[in-house]
Design a protein around this ligand. Structure first.
Ligand code: ZN
Length: 400
């Protein structure tokens, strides 16, 4: 049965029902060729801009035989519109499954994730419920049904405790690369693993470091020792228990991604900690990836303390250049896990890098990275470092 026939029959059916004045009300039956649902409820957290952020993904399933152009999205919080995305914005955020490209039109019989980010000024109450009103255009449908407005994807924000952690590194001039909330490499890494879709890297940061001339490296690009961050101590972020360690994988040559890396080698030499804070109920884990071979000083089952040296920054696994990949997640798995936000207890923001493209260029060429120095250094407490800032951490490594 074609959609128009189905719709006409629905209307006729409703009319008949009304004419016979039934004693039992019939539930509404609205055709929804585009089915909406939320991947994981957003966990509200404070960013280094002082604002509250909600980050989540809206599934769209095109359950029809026609392409659906998504023209507008209104996000409603407790029945009021708090954010609108137009077709242009949607076209940069709608990612069909299995791809890393974005599109504004969801092809027939396909599924995609729309990556969403709500910013609430500091002090604003977090909405109790969110829902989504989508305006669509279906060219293949009969004229009367080409424009559809659909509502769905109702979700309540998840007010689980956000972990407050110590910094994973010590010292100055670190870059929070590919961090929250509108960058793409980590935030949009939706992976199908163990029969489920996960966004384990949702809040991951690739930490890089600048030298005194604002360069990520000086000297040959392919030499590990050229990189400012190479060999810097990696620190425990909390009282925690080591749940897994991978060591012994070789360093990769910087400047290009290695070929032939298997999924279980992608993290390189790496550590997963379970944070011991009882408020987290044993369900928050920290991943440190790409460390130097032979540098890891802890073993599975060890108890560690904040500031304790775990190993050294390297370039192992699926890594383009020496850096520390750090993330928090809800399972002891770097990929099959729900990525969680967190807050670093204390750090300073000194400058902002204009864009990921500017960062990539400086990383490719070893040139000083252009940045905007802030008028005054911002001392930040209990916040997640947002994307592309230059950050200093307290220069202490001893247990605190
Ligand atoms: Zn990373």
């Amino acid at each position: 049965m074609c959609l128009s026939t189905l719709l006409r029959r629905t209307i006729v059916s409703t009319a008949l029902t009304l004419s016979f004045a039934p004693t039992t009300a019939r539930a509404a039956e609205n055709p929804t060729p585009l089915i909406l649902s939320v991947q994981d409820a957003p966990v509200p957290f404070t960013g280094s801009d002082g604002n509250t952020h909600l980050v989540y993904e809206l599934w769209m399933l095109n359950f029809s035989s026609g392409d659906i152009a998504v023209q507008r999205l209104d996000i409603l919080a407790d029945d009021k519109v708090i954010q609108t995305l137009d077709a242009t914005a949607i076209a940069t955020r709608l990612q069909p499954v299995g791809l890393r490209d974005s599109t504004g039109t969801l092809a027939k019989s396909t599924q995609a994730l729309l990556f969403l980010h709500i910013t609430l000024p500091a002090g604003t109450a977090v909405p109790r419920h969110l829902t989504h009103r989508i305006t669509t255009f279906i060219a293949a449908a009969p004229p009367a049904f080409q424009h559809l407005v659909l509502t769905g994807g109702e979700i309540a924000p998840d007010h689980q405790t956000v972990a407050v952690i110590h910094p994973p590194l010590a010292g100055n001039s670190y870059i929070s690369a590919d961090s929250c909330c509108d960058s793409t490499r980590h935030m949009r890494a939706a992976l199908a693993v163990n029969n489920h879709v996960w966004l384990a890297q949702r809040y991951a940061v690739d930490w890089e470091q600048l030298d005194s001339h604002d360069r990520i490296y000086s000297g040959p690009r392919e030499k590990l020792e050229s990189y400012t961050i190479f060999g810097k101590p990696v620190l425990a972020v909390a009282d925690a228990t080591v749940v897994s360690v991978i060591d012994g994988l070789p360093e990769q040559t910087p400047g290009k991604y290695p070929e032939g890396i298997s999924l279980d080698q992608a993290d390189g030499n790496s550590i997963i900690l379970r944070l011991d804070d009882p408020r987290l109920r044993g369900h928050v884990f920290a991943l440190y990836a790409h460390m130097q071979p032979g540098s890891i000083r802890v073993h599975s089952g060890d108890k560690v303390h904040p500031g304790q040296v775990l190993g050294l920054v390297g370039n192992t696994g699926n890594s383009l250049a020496p850096h520390l990949h750090f993330q928090l997640m809800a399972e002891p798995s770097s990929l099959a896990s729900n990525g969680l936000p967190y807050a670093i207890d204390s750090f300073e923001v000194t400058a902002q890098i204009p864009s990921t493209e500017v960062f990539d260029e400086a990383e490719a060429n070893g040139t000083p990275i252009p940045h905007h120095t802030l008028p005054t250094t911002q001392h930040i407490e209990k916040a997640l470092p947002l994307d592309q800032f230059i950050i200093s951490f307290p220069d202490t490594q001893a247990p605190r």
